[in-house]
Write a protein that binds this ligand. Structure first.
Ligand SMILES: *Cc1c(COP(=O)(O)O)cnc(C)c1O
Length: 219
């Protein structure tokens, strides 16, 4: 079941798009099934759940933290996390930098933008990012690497609205790329698209989709 659903999603996405299988709330056995089918990137939105699963599963899995992250929890994932999608404050970014240094590594992160109409979604505005990237604190943070942007569209049936929000995120990505990261090849990730909207996201330039229920079933 999981294997088939995984393949159905993979069949629909072009090669340049990375699939992060969102395994939150699902048991280790579900991940093992997808792992056996070849899937290596997994996304979790809670630190404790991510750590517990990582301990039980093969070490070549790339673990993505996709949910809101509290600064005091960064230390638990800093030794091994592959990518943090949900950086939404300078304070959090600096704590990731501090914990990465302690672990002698560079942690790749994405800047989360607020693109949805809804008030509740976390994320920066473009002005805030511009300020952050120009700050000395950021320039001195040598143990983080900004690999791109992430955003979530509104939870709605209104396809035109979803498309507009993804377009906006892609504009932000392009603008940051040309202004701040033109010589940085690693700045290449536009993380957008979930089960309900990843096809639209890919049409609008997504390079990384985060898909849970279409692979593992509803939660
Ligand atoms: C849960 C979650 C997803 C996956 O959602 P599905 O609709 O199950 O595909 C993607 N991104 C984030 C940030 C999430 O929290």
């Amino acid at each position: 079941m999981i294997r088939e659903q995984l393949h159905n999603v993979l069949e629909e996405i072009p090669e340049h798009v990375t699939l992060v299988a969102v395994s939150k709330t699902k048991p280790v056995s579900a991940i093992e099934e997808a792992y056996a089918a070849g899937q290596r990137h997994y996304g979790e939105n809670k630190v404790q759940e991510l750590v517990e699963k990582a301990e039980q599963l093969p070490k070549d899995i790339h673990w993505h933290l996709i949910g809101h992250l509290q600064s005091n929890k960064v230390k638990y994932i800093a030794p091994f996390v592959a990518l943090i999608h949900s950086v939404d404050s300078l304070k959090l970014l600096l704590e990731i930098n501090r914990q990465a240094a302690k672990n002698n590594r560079v942690i790749p992160v994405l800047l989360q933008f607020h693109i949805a109409q809804e008030e509740t979604k976390f994320g920066f505005s473009f002005e805030e990012i511009r300020e952050l990237l120009n700050s000395d604190e950021f320039k001195n943070a040598s143990n983080i690497r900004i690999d791109g942007v992430m955003g979530m569209a509104s939870f709605t049936d209104d396809e035109a609205l979803i498309r507009k929000e993804f377009k906006l995120l892609k504009t932000y990505f392009d603008e940051l790329k040309s202004t701040f990261f033109s010589e940085k090849n690693h700045f290449s990730i536009c993380s957008m698209g979930m089960s309900g909207d990843y096809k639209i996201a890919i049409e609008e330039g997504s390079t990384m989709i985060r898909v849970g229920s279409s692979i593992f079933g509803s939660r």
